[in-house]
Design a protein around this ligand. Sequence first.
Ligand code: NAP
Length: 247
Amino acid sequence: MKLEGKTALVTGAGRGIGRAAALCLAREGASVVVNYQNNAAAAEETARDIEAAGAQALIVQASVDNAADVERMVQTVKERFGQIDILVNNAGITRDQLLLRMKEEDWDAVLNTNLKGAFLCCKAVAPLMVKRRTGVIVNVGSVIGTVGAAGQVNYSAAKAGLVGLTKSLAKELGSRSIRVNAVAPGFIETDMTRALKPEQQETVRKQIPLGRLGKPEDVGRVIAFLCSEDAAYIQGILITVDGGLFL
Ligand code: NAP
């Protein structure tokens, strides 16, 4: 139990990678705040599984791109647990379209959720961590932030921005013993990628040296590692979790 006594806030924890991260943190003994935006049933299922693993769960609805929502969420967590030791900025969306057809609202939605959302959560949580001179932040980026993808200028820009945010914040908060890192998943089996046709998924699979798509737990375990003392001297880095797809 590497995270006993810790409180972790995971955004978008009802489904996919966020859910897996929440469960990996719970299995290490952390109390986990399950944030969601719309899917309350999924958040409740994650919370049930956290409790079944012997950890405490608190569900909080909040849209990470809304400053008032984020403030309310952090206040709720403070009232229940008194502290936040771990923040996982996982909430994310895609609105894929080629640039010439991409609407301004598609750009704004993706930048607001994936990048501004992380900024707002860091801004709300960091003061609690700075006060206690301890904390860990993990941002969920994407390999697409590094390699780019046709049809994803919004998503790629947001995820590249998240790397800049991660490195800058790692420099700002390092002297207060707060670690800030990021993971870059490749092609992971979640609702986000299930939108692709089976033949498209098979094309991607053939390009992956490990020969399979990633599972949410493949990323969740790396997030839990970054949150643990095993990663005590890792600061400001991006760990790729893609089965070798973009070697
Ligand atoms: P997913 O299955 O579609 O789940 C997305 C989660 O984000 C949901 O829990 C959703 O909440 C939440 N969310 C979306 N907008 C939100 C908002 N404004 N406020 C709060 N929560 C919000 O996606 P996923 O594949 O697990 O992706 C998780 C993260 O990994 C994202 O940042 C994504 O960009 C990144 N990623 C995924 C892959 C992949 O292959 N799947 C690859 C690279 C990076 P509700 O359940 O309430 O809707």
